[in-house]
Design a protein around this ligand. Structure first.
Ligand code: NAD
Ligand code: USQ
Length: 404
């Protein structure tokens, strides 16, 4: 059937794997608000890592059940919930058969580089969880919903820091007089970042072999915490990681500034990465869903809006802190990672803009509001969790428990 606007389509069904996490929860709410039928799939393993390491979100977060109940009470919109591990194929199959997704957005991985470098067992867990989980998703799509579009979260860290411009997934090269367009070389620098490289290869292969349609979103470092939907009620509040394992650069610096801890620049601070606001994460995922890849296509988007070095970020937070009356110091911490501290970096990020992304660039007002969130919850900050204590060089087979 059709109406004047063309075919009448039912609301599209989106399965959000990792929907209880930082990016996944914000995205689930955003898509539900935009009238997609959303199912959250999550093993809650991230909440377990927090307990095991003795860390916690800066912001208090409700259980996933209470989050979903509150969302329904506020908006009348329902979300399905499937609690389980996607490495368990029986569980994943049941979730697929019962929900029948048109789109799978896959955020459900162990996403911390330092976590993957704690010890052998965490390195193995990370690659097993991420690589096997993604393989299972690929098999589930092939078996139960061949038309389903996979939107997979990758990372800009797959590319490393080459001394040439970074393209979006592919590079055209001429070698001995012949020309081809090939996957862009990958030089990841943690067992976590490598798991994403392995995923990309598995996805590219199944697109070719089985005709799967997939979009790999090579996302940069995400900052911020609030989105339009999470601010509607305190029970919808998103997590905010600031600790040395799961905290990421800009969010960590804001918490450090709020509690009077010097900003922890690792090494020389010239490490440059792509960054984006969490409000743009949800926008980018929605754009990828609304403009699906074609059957057999393995599409790669670089998902970030601006590049900064760690020193740039420290400078911006120092300035923003001063305006709020905070005395912000910076220290150089011996770099616990193995990475280039001074390097060329120029990464393309046109494709999402071409699809209509309107970036929220890092502004004084965003930094103000992030610092204010940090100040609001500063009594919840555990100062002993701020300094990094996981070394890329000291990783070994001996199991490491959290320092007490
Ligand atoms: P997060 O840890 O907050 O959320 C990940 C969620 O996935 C958690 O709720 C966890 O319980 C769930 N999960 C993990 N393994 C699972 C499994 N086997 N089965 C079911 N659920 C599982 O992480 P995030 O910051 O929201 O990141 C989400 C995705 O985005 C990750 O793939 C990450 O690599 C990618 N990413 C994040 C950032 C960032 O700065 N946060 C940047 C680039 C890419
Ligand atoms: N850094 C500091 N001081 C800090 C924290 C980090 O100097 O206190 C430096 C790191 O050494 C690194 C850079 O800042 O050079 C970024 O580190 P990060 O911890 O903010 O981000 P990263 O480990 O790269 O991982 C995060 C997410 C991951 C995602 C990745 C995107 O945890 O899931 O894949 O960002 S990207 O960096 O583009 O690969």
């Amino acid at each position: 059937s059709t109406n004047s606007n063309g075919p009448i389509s039912k609301p599209r069904r989106v399965m959000v794997i990792g929907g209880d996490g930082f990016c996944g929860w914000a995205t689930s709410l955003h898509l539900s608000n935009k009238n997609y039928e959303v199912a959250v799939v999550d093993s809650l393993v991230r909440r377990l890592f927090d307990h095991q390491l003795g860390i916690d979100s800066l912001t208090p977060i409700s259980s996933i059940q209470n989050r979903i109940r509150r969302w329904k009470a506020l908006t009348g919109k329902t979300m399905q919930l499937y609690i389980g591990d996607i490495c368990d194929f029986e569980f994943l199959s049941e979730a697929f058969k019962s929900f029948e997704p048109d789109v799978v957005v896959h955020f459900g991985e162990q996403r911390s580089a330092p976590y993957s470098m704690i010890d052998r067992s965490r390195a193995v867990f990370t690659q097993h969880n991420n690589v096997i989980g993604t393989l299972n998703v690929l098999f589930a799509i092939k078996e139960f919903s061949e038309e389903c579009h996979l939107v997979k979260l990758g990372t800009m860290g797959e590319y490393g820091t080459p001394n040439i411009d970074i393209e979006e997934g592919y590079l055209t090269i001429t070698h001995n007089g012949r020309t081809d367009t090939l996957p862009y070389p990958k030089q990841a620098s943690s067992f976590y970042h490598l798991s994403k490289v392995h995923d990309s290869h598995n996805i590219a292969f199944t697109c070719k072999a089985w005709g799967i349609r997939a979009t790999d979103l090579n996302q940069g470092v995400v900052y911020g915490v609030r989105t339009d939907e999470t601010t509607l009620h305190e029970e919808l509040c998103n997590r905010f990681d600031y600790d040395g394992v799961f905290g990421t650069a800009l969010n960590r610096f804001c918490v450090q500034a709020a509690v009077g801890h010097p900003l922890t620049v690792y090494g020389k601070g010239g490490q440059t990465r792509g960054y984006l606001d969490i409000r743009d994460t949800v926008q980018c995922v929605e754009l990828a869903i609304a403009n699906p890849a074609k059957p057999g296509e393995f599409r790669v988007f670089n998902q970030f809006t601006e590049q900064f070095s760690v020193n740039d970020l420290a400078g911006l937070v120092t300035k923003a802190g001063k305006k709020l009356g905070l005395e912000v110091q910076t220290i150089s911490v011996p770099n616990p990672r193995v990475e280039a501290e001074e390097h060329y970096y120029n990464a393309k990020h046109r494709k999402l803009i071409e699809l209509g992304l309107k970036p929220h660039v890092l502004s004084d007002s965003l930094l103000d509001s992030l610092l204010n969130v940090a100040i609001q919850f500063k009594d919840r900050v555990d100062h002993s969790q701020i300094m990094p204590n996981i070394s890329w060089k000291k990783i070994g087979v001996k199991p490491r428990t959290a320092p007490v």
